[in-house]
Design a protein around this ligand. Structure first.
Ligand code: ADE
Length: 419
């Protein structure tokens, strides 16, 4: 067994917080109970590259309950919760390689340490582990049954690999399950991003102009929660249909060059690079706050900000770097431009991660059973798994729903009845 963590002495604090999250994860609890009895993952080695949080800990323990041997590393250098890593190592016997604030070199060393487990299954959030395997450790690929991918950015990378015929084993796109992106991306990113901005800055949002760049599921969540806090929300989009939806949701929509002049807080959630550039920064108001909630730290052009501030930078409070421009205006970058909800807060609440990670656990089981018949491509989450997660979540929340009558079912299958 190996590990590389900040301090094993933090385990007790981690355990309390992992148990606290478990109380909000009824679906994972039900799966864990079944896994514990049936051991569907006996003898299976899983290498996971995920944000090391209390919710992830519950997923890792569920896989281990199913009989899997598990190793975990971070999917972002700033998102690790060191007490959680300590508890997993000291109390759950799981190998963890992750330290909050690790540099890029260490980040990749940790991915490689995880891959030394010789996994049958990979579990990624952003596709960095798959990328390392395909670029540097191809000799291991024959042993791999399949993988899962958690996030939009990772799925985009994997689809690019598949269309280049570079992908060498099947991956299930957990992100595309309805019970994942309709909840985690929207309600999770919405709440945790606002939470992070508030924790990092303690600024009032009411009456402020919040500019949300990107109106995908994550952008929708951020825009709606910012509005709920009393902010004037401006949406910036490139897709005409998404922009139209934002307009009809009652948001102001305009190009970023225009929004740059009026925004108090800017949030990027596009999944693309170079969204906020120097031409935008040059127009921003004194005191503007810049935050990114997309997977990689490429959405805000940090090099451009550094060039504009020419070394006039200070960490004015935790997670806030104040950049002073030549004319004295100050632009505040949160969490070094890394995904702010995990860098400056605790990521999505457990109640939504419950569904995302239930999909992960069930898809690992599905891959173990079905990998023999799969090709090296990106697969959707099987519909029966997606629907099962919704059913289990409703049950866990104590919510009952109606069922169709026989006549209604027949009607939906027929075409004769009409006007
Ligand atoms: N991604 C976003 N929030 C998360 C969380 N709480 N745990 C793991 N991954 C996440």
């Amino acid at each position: 067994m190996g590990h590389d963590i900040r301090d094993g002495g933090l385990a007790e604090s981690g355990r309390g917080r992992i148990d606290w999250a478990a109380g909000e994860m009824p679906v994972i609890a039900q799966i864990r109970e079944r896994f514990d009895k049936e051991k569907p993952l006996q003898g299976v080695r899983v290498a996971a590259c995920l944000h090391v949080t209390t919710e992830t800990a519950n997923l890792m323990e569920t896989l281990a309950a199913g009989g899997a041997e598990v190793a975990l590393c971070a999917s972002n250098p700033l998102s690790t919760q060191d007490d959680v890593a300590a508890s997993l190592v000291e109390q759950s016997g799981i190998d963890v390689y992750a330290i909050k604030g690790e540099d890029t070199d260490m980040f990749f060393k940790h991915i490689n340490a995880c891959l030394d487990l010789k996994p049958h299954i990979t579990m990624d959030d952003g596709a960095d582990m798959v990328s390392v395997l395909h670029k540097q450790r191809v000799d291991q690929i024959d042993e791999i049954m399949g993988g899962t991918e958690e996030t939009t950015t990772g799925v985009i990378r994997l689809r690019a690999m598949a269309s280049d015929r570079a992908l060498r084993y099947p991956i299930v796109s957990v992100n595309d399950a309805n019970t994942k992106h309709l909840f985690d991306n929207r309600f999770g990113t919405g709440q945790s991003t606002i939470d992070a901005i508030m924790r990092a800055t303690n600024r009032l949002l009411a009456g402020r102009a919040v500019v949300v760049c990107g109106y995908g599921m994550c952008g929708r969540g951020v825009a709606s929660r910012a509005r709920g806090m009393g902010a004037h929300v401006i949406v910036v989009e490139v897709d005409p249909t998404a922009a139209l939806e934002a307009v009809m949701e009652g948001f102001r929509v305009m190009p970023l060059l225009e929004a740059a002049r009026v925004g108090d807080v800017f949030v990027t959630v596009t999944g693309d690079k170079g969204v906020i550039r120097s031409e935008h920064m040059e127009r921003m108001k004194d005191g503007a706050i810049l935050a990114n909630s997309g997977h990689f730290d490429v959405e805000i052009d940090k090099a451009a900000l550094a060039a504009l501030s020419e070394g006039r930078v200070r960490r004015i409070r935790e997670f806030v770097d104040e950049h002073t421009l030549a004319d004295g205006r100050r632009l505040n970058l949160l969490g070094e431009g890394r995904l702010v909800n995990l860098a400056a807060a605790e990521g999505h609440p457990a109640a939504v991660m419950d569904m995302s990670f239930a999909n992960q656990a069930l898809c690992v089981e599905w891959l173990v059973k079905n990998h023999g018949g799969l090709e090296a491509k990106v697969y959707p989450v099987p519909t029966d798994i997606d629907e099962e997660v919704a059913r289990l979540k409703l049950r866990g929340m104590g919510v009952d729903i109606d069922t169709l009558t026989t006549e209604q079912e027949t009607y939906l299958r027929s075409w004769e009845e009409g006007t």
